[in-house]
Design a protein around this ligand. Structure first.
Ligand code: AMP
Length: 496
């Protein structure tokens, strides 16, 4: 039977430790055995899930990986749910992806039980799988089949499901394994969310591909991360700029004795990577001064995997995201679709096997996002001596906060349902820690007023916490142009 390339290394490394999490450590043999039990349970007597979508809400760790591999081995499409997402967002994803079943860890059952009951969907608990039998005759999975749907916000309202095939995932992983020279001896600390490409592909996927070890921390706590660095046995670390900013702050607050231990440990790592948002140059420089490690900045997107990267060997240029990764073709175009010179700002377009297949059930959005077979990223860049430098995005309605991409329009739609808000505009405001903060400019109904704390509590029940505004400005009227369109640059000025 055709075997997914992701499983090759595991088959040859049975005794190697694959995952370390809060509950213990697990070998690749454990993972293969457990994931086959998951697959058998999901199949429930059928031969193949035939790309049915299986959503799962599981804390990053061994069970997460076993469920992901189980879904794939059963021929299903994995739809990871965000641990921080409130019920309406979980329900939206489950609905939009038209899932056939939901897998949940016992402690999180309450979060999804009402949704699965209302939709009459099977709800499977992860503690049930160890008791299940193993079916040795799992379906053959061709690489062109759909494998995963990740939800990502765009500039047009509700999040869209980005569909990748097994071949796309393999290409995304292989490009990084080659460029960053992943080895079986690597050991990476995982602190990223597992419903986003960064944690799923760059960290877990690459580790699994080469039979390296992935150690999960359940939550990101700066001091715990530093203490883990201090042990000195990790070889790799990958994070968003906000995490590096928080680690630097914790370092600066620590005693000089601790600082020495921490920086010695971090300095032993062979590679530390930053991405998912622009890395401020002061952060790069401070990190290098503290650890001796110069961060490697790369650029990528849910739809394309990683596209551009500074080199593993050679100069990592501050403020630049490097050159195309193996198998990735990149070009830059103007609004007319013409290729522009290096010095002229142009939209990055990407082509290659790592580029996603489609937005789930949105053929029009898919068609619109490609030009002559090239995916249009919406990111504007110039090229300095072969290295790309990102200047910004073509849409003001996409905000990058803490490495998460969020849609201003989606947030506005939800906030407009608040009883005190008559109209509103959401913008991103530059911030040293978060990259951008989500800022709300609101027009309130007469006699009503809103306080930020109260509004945040209200919004957190409807939106993932990272989408909830942290800045509020109340005004009488939103700045609009003659066509009555809200002028977002002028809204931004209100926060200066
Ligand atoms: P996501 O799909 O959530 O990973 O978000 C992708 C977007 O993040 C890209 O389209 C860029 O706008 C932004 N991004 C990712 N990496 C970088 C980087 N190194 N510098 C600047 N922006 C980045």
């Amino acid at each position: 039977m055709p075997r997914l390339a992701l499983f090759d290394a595991a088959e040859d490394a049975h005794d190697q430790v694959v995952v370390i999490d809060a509950a213990g450590s697990y070998t690749y043999a454990d993972l293969l055995d457990h994931s086959r039990r998951v697959a058998t349970a999901l199949l429930d007597g059928s031969d193949d899930l035939s790309e049915r979508r299986i959503a799962f809400l599981v804390t990053p760790g061994f069970d997460y990986v076993a469920v992901q591999w189980g879904i794939w081995q059963a021929g299903g499409v994995a739809v990871p749910l965000g641990l921080k997402h409130p019920r309406p967002e979980l329900a939206y994803t489950i609905d939009d992806a038209d899932v056939s079943a939901v897998v949940v860890e016992p402690e999180l059952k309450d979060r999804v039980a009402a949704i699965t009951t209302s939709k009459s969907l099977p709800l499977l608990a992860t503690d049930d799988f160890p008791e299940r039998a193993v079916n040795e005759r799992l379906p053959a999975i061709e690489a062109f089949r759909r494998a995963m749907i990740l939800y990502t916000s765009g500039s047009t309202g509700k999040p869209k499901g980005v569909v990748t095939t097994h071949a796309n995932i393999q290409a995304q992983i292989d490009a990084l394994v080659e460029a960053w020279e992943w080895q079986r001896t690597d050991k990476i600390l995982h602190v990223l969310p597992m419903h986003h490409i960064h944690g799923i592909i760059n960290v877990l996927g690459c580790a699994m591909r080469v039979a390296a070890t992935c150690e999960f921390l359940p939550t990101f706590e700066p001091v715990r991360v530093w203490e883990r660095f201090a042990v000195g046995d990790l070889t790799l670390f990958m994070a968003v700029p906000t995490i590096y900013v928080k680690l630097i702050a914790a370092f600066e607050n620590a005693s000089s004795q601790l600082q020495t231990r921490w920086s010695n440990g971090a300095g032993k790592m062979r590679l530390m990577v930053s991405g998912s948002a622009a890395l401020p140059i002061p952060t790069l420089e401070k990190w290098e001064a503290i650890t001796g490690n110069r961060l490697l900045e790369r650029y990528g997107m849910t739809e394309i995997g990683m596209g551009l990267s500074n080199p593993l060997h050679g100069e990592r240029r501050a403020g630049h995201v490097g050159a195309p990764l193996p198998s990735v073709e990149a070009r830059r175009t103007n609004e007319a679709g013409e290729i522009v010179d290096d010095a002229a700002p142009g939209e990055i377009e990407i082509r290659g096997p790592s580029v996603f297949q489609e937005y789930w059930n949105r053929p029009e959005a898919t068609a619109k996002s490609f030009r002559d077979g090239w995916f249009r990223t919406g990111d504007i860049a110039v090229v300095d001596d072969g290295a790309y430098r990102i200047l910004g995005r073509s849409s003001v309605d996409i905000i990058k906060t803490g490495g998460y991409k969020v849609s201003a329009l989606e947030i506005e739609d939800v906030l407009r349902t608040h009883s005190a808000i008559r109209d509103c505009a959401v913008v991103g405001i530059e911030d040293a820690e978060w990259g951008e903060r989500v800022a709300l400019c609101a027009v309130c109904d007469e006699a009503e007023s809103i306080a930020l704390d109260e509004l945040r509590d209200w919004a957190k029940e409807r939106l993932a916490s990272y989408k909830v505004p942290t800045l509020l400005h109340v005004c009488d009227e939103l700045p609009r142009n003659a066509m009555s369109k809200v002028q977002k640059p002028r809204v931004r000025e209100l926060f200066q």
